[in-house]
Design a protein around this ligand. Structure first.
Ligand code: B16
Ligand code: MG
Length: 218
């Protein structure tokens, strides 16, 4: 395995579980339009941009709207989502992730964020985790969503690290595909059966040490 010089983290599902707030906000929008959204259907929205998510939600309800109406609904959903995100505190970082980031820092490995979210900085601020990241690539910077490799290639470039020396941590299939397409090693956070395109899959960071994990990649 090439030396690891940088680790690039997805936000939702890797650092913090914001999917539950996205779900509540999308469900409210669906209900307002006269249909419901199930938790299974919410899975389709993970790692996908806000406007792509809206198209999926409207598709589920069989609702057709023009661009202006869609922008208005997406903005309303975001206001609701951000209201829900106000309850995020430092205790909401997923188990073990803060310790894992501390270890990376101690090992002088650079750390970047690669998220589809336009709200990434707000969420990291609420978690009091902004200072862990040497660079943040979020939905405000990218022009192509995952599975395009752009988000992680931008992160590697910001950190001046070649892609083969980067590891991507992702919970979404599209995110693993994005990391693979960038020529990086990928670690799936979740279920092996879902994330089988990742180099390895772990359930989460609880009890996981950087050295043990990197050893598994060799
Ligand atoms: P926003 P990630 C993604 O975050 C979420 O998984 C996805 O459900 C959401 O639609 C997307 O961010 C955009 O979020 O509406 O806040 O811009 O997993 O890429 O960190
Ligand atoms: Mg995610």
């Amino acid at each position: 395995m090439p030396t690891v010089q940088a680790c690039l983290f997805d936000l939702d599902g890797v650092i913090v579980d914001t999917a539950k707030y996205h779900y509540l906000a999308w469900r409210q929008l669906a209900n307002q339009l006269g249909f419901d959204l199930t938790l299974e259907q919410n899975e389709l929205l993970k790692g996908i941009s806000r406007m792509e998510s809206l198209d999926i939600v409207l598709g589920i309800g069989g609702v057709q709207l023009d661009e202006e109406e869609k922008s208005k609904l997406a903005a309303e959903k975001n206001v609701r989502y951000l209201e829900l995100c106000k309850q995020i505190t430092p205790d909401d970082a997923l188990p073990g992730v803060r310790g894992f980031l501390d270890e990376l820092r101690a090992d002088a490995i650079k750390v970047g964020l690669g998220s589809a979210s336009k709200n990434a900085r707000t969420i990291l601020t609420n978690l009091d985790m902004l200072t862990y990241f040497d660079t943040i690539v979020d939905g405000n910077r990218v022009t192509k969503g995952k599975p395009d490799p752009q988000v992680f290639l931008m992160g590697a470039e910001d950190l001046s690290v070649a892609p083969e020396h980067c590891i991507v941590f992702e919970d979404a299939v599209a995110g693993i595909q994005s990391g693979n397409a960038a020529g990086m090693l990928t670690i799936g956070i979740g279920e092996q059966s879902v994330l089988n395109e990742a180099d390895i899959v772990i359930k989460g960071f609880d009890g996981v040490s950087v050295d043990d994990l990197f050893e598994k990649l060799t």
